[in-house]
Design a protein around this ligand. Sequence first.
Ligand code: F3S
Length: 645
Amino acid sequence: MAMNVTQKIIAAHLVSGSLKAGSPIAIRIDQTLTQDATGTMAYLQFEALGLPRVRTELSVSYVDHNMLQSGFENADDHRFLQSFAAKYGVHFSRPGNGICHQVHLERFSKPGGTLLGSDSHTPTSGGAGMLAIGAGGLDIALAMGGLPFNLNMPEVVGVKLTGKLQPFVSAKDIILEVLRRKTVKGGVGKVFEYFGPGVAHLSVPERATITNMGAELGATTSVFPSDAVTQSYLTAQGRATTWSEWVADADATYDEVLEIDLDALEPLIACPHSPDNVKKVREIADTKVAQVAIGSCTNSSYTDLMTVAQMLKGKVVADGVSLGVSPGSRQVMEMVTKDGGLLDFIGAGSRILESACGPCIGMGFAPPTQGVSVRSFNRNFYGRSGTKNAEVYLASPETCAACALTGEITDPRDLGLAPIHVPLPGQFLVDDRMVLAPAPEGSDVEIIRGPNIAKLPTGKAAPARLEGEVLIRLEDDITTDHIMPAGAKVLPLRSNLPAISEFVFHMVDETFPSRAKASGGGFIVAGHNYGQGSSREHAALAPRYLGVRGVLVQSFARIHLANLINFGILPLTFVHSEDYAKVQAADQLSLDLTGLALGKTLMLRDDTQGLDIEVMPQLGSDRDLELILKGGALSWASEQLEQVS
Ligand code: F3S
């Protein structure tokens, strides 16, 4: 059978199932990655499994999110992660070494391999021909234990690129165009695979910008072929032997094909407050800008920053603008410094931030009140920047630089600059001393636990009947940021479940945690695409800790759905969508679980309205059903691992 790249990689890793789109499959995972904000919990979960060492080919623990050390919490977490990694066989990328996805692309990505990461932008390594999927920390813990990853065989959308990008139009504009056409809901259950003659004109970091932000489509992942471009990138990273060719067969087919003519593409910008609210930059030109941030796992490569540096060279940012630049990795920082870009940034009045996520999650560079912030990042959900009423726009580094110089939203082509082409270096500066290899024998290593590392409560089996009130009723497109906010106050508490649970739904209703605890649990009701955004498993774990046992919505975002099941919260959808309007906040609901089975609807009773409502449990496999009945995945997984041992 002729196969595309996605099918080839999956076939090479298939443990069970078939390549029929939509059918349940399990795949072997070669590599895992975690970042500190999700990693502490993933490692606490791995520890609970009772294994002596990880069983993956390679696992890497990064520290890039919680960098502010205004108290002991983050520093304690970093130390816990480092000692854990040494003991259990995980490589540790020290704070300062860079953003997980950028570093992983540079130093560990492997064409044709599988990577599971506890961060939704794990698909970044798809730029190097890897099948890289974001998942909850628990799935990562299980993969580290040697268990396969379960998912439904995705449909494959072929994105055919023709032509060549024109000056000041960039890879970011390609993914913004895909988002404009497909929206944040358009990728669920799909892999976006790029092909066509335009692919050869895109470097690996450019490809990685596209696969990174493919996460905003809700896609399982995005992938580029591994070709001669990939080979020269890996060779320049000193990793020529990692390369292998992974290209689609000439007669491969796709479930759907999108075509983008790169010659005709213009600079685009995602307007507040969604990455798919995309317009041409020229359509909203002249909007006043207060802040510009360049960096993040989407756009902070060497070429991104050197292009911006050349645009800023000899100029100063506009009076009303604060410009922050965060290089994606230590490698990028060192090379931009060595090649003179850093001087151009400093000369232009930029604030140089460390190689970390920083402003992307409101850490240390939040916009002013109602301020317009233009960012080379991937997300602009309400409140994510750290300022609730900020207006965040997402654009290419070139558009960001143009906005910084003029103080208004500006198409970079309108600056009248000569075209800039920064070639990819023939040899990157390679120095892996900030990645610590694990101890050869872990048994002697002691794990360092500060007071911010709280023990995990164990899940209780599901009761025969779920009862409780509607604790909150929400609209469409509720993000994991709404459910479990990020930000400087909350993020340090990721390893402290009782403390972080006090922030659930804080942006929507600050009384939620106290009401949930007082009523001993209950239901969340919402519209479509519930849980879109990050892989943040605390958005399931913390509501569960507060007693939530059921979430009833019109539809779910993929990773959040998996997280709910993992933590024993029953995900339900309305069979008749008009019922959504009938269920109100504070209604008393009850659901008999004795007939819980795959693909079978249940009748939920709304005692307050006097209604019976048909609901569908969103369980995709026998495994999902077992997890719900056992009250979560940890106890289930311990049994599975005993069988593997
Ligand atoms: Fe970090 Fe933002 Fe990427 S939080 S991993 S830079 S999406």
